[in-house]
Design a protein around this ligand. Structure first.
Ligand code: MF3
Ligand code: CO
Length: 229
């Protein structure tokens, strides 16, 4: 999973069609004996979500060609031996604005802070709170309408994991849990709207957005990031 997403990210360059990234991702997974988890999920027609600039998540691969200055979020899901993995990252195309690179950095840091907030016996919303705090301290905003999720024998399992909220509430964190944590962070306001294609989520104010996601497992020893090379 991690290797596949890294390989897709390495192909991001000016002039590349977002459709080519999807084809590459699907072929990469199948060659390695994995299945694309998104394809056919709620009738989603592709293996990869490619969300450019003001697109938040669920961007549809197309004939669109990437250009220098774009911010591209890549979201990929796989099934290996019946178990699901889900991971996303955001990469710059060539040189990007100062704001864009700050947004990237803060969003990835927020994901890692969220993961770092996991304590066995702690609460689920400790993750949410850590993510939100880091994002807002840097003047960005957290998307509310999409959340992280439990994952395992299905792509989306309980519990939902909002990227905002007070610490110390919700289910206790315990060994055996597998969670997909996925902050979506906007440079402007938190509001999102869905385009007429019924998939692509964009920021209402058309500000830039970034997305990072890891699937993690909680064991007696602590946290293991499953979607890291
Ligand atoms: N990472 C996204 C999620 O967890 C991807 C789902 S998109 C879909 O919801 F294409 F599979 F629907
Ligand atoms: Co997810």
């Amino acid at each position: 999973m991690a290797e596949a997403l890294q390989a897709v990210a390495a192909r991001v360059a000016p002039g590349v069609r977002t459709r080519d990234l999807d084809t590459f991702a699907e072929e990469y997974l199948r060659r390695r004996g994995a299945l694309p988890a998104f394809k056919g999920y709620r009738d989603y027609p592709f293996s990869l979500c490619v969300s450019v600039n003001e697109e938040v998540v669920h961007g549809l691969p197309s004939e669109r060609r990437l250009k220098a200055g774009d911010l591209v979020s890549l979201d990929l899901g796989t099934i290996v031996e019946g178990y699901y993995g889900d991971s996303a990252l955001t990469v710059p195309v060539g040189e990007v604005s100062e704001e864009a690179s700050r947004l990237l950095r803060v969003t990835e840091e927020a994901l890692m802070r969220g993961i770092g907030a996991v304590r066995l016996g702690g609460h689920l919303s400790d993750i949410s709170h850590a993510v939100q705090t880091h994002v807002e301290v840097h003047g960005f905003s957290v998307v509310r309408i999409f959340v992280g999720h439990g994952i395992g024998k299905a792509l989306h399992e309980d519990p939902q994991i909002p990227n905002y909220g007070s610490p110390g509430t919700g289910p206790r964190l315990r060994p055996g849990m597998v969670l997909a944590i996925e902050p979506m962070v906007n440079a402007g306001g938190p509001e999102v709207e869905i385009l007429p294609d019924n998939w692509t989520a964009v920021t209402k104010d058309r500000s830039l957005s970034a997305h990072f996601e890891h699937t993690i497992a909680l064991t007696e020893e602590g946290v293991e990031i499953l979607t890291q090379v």
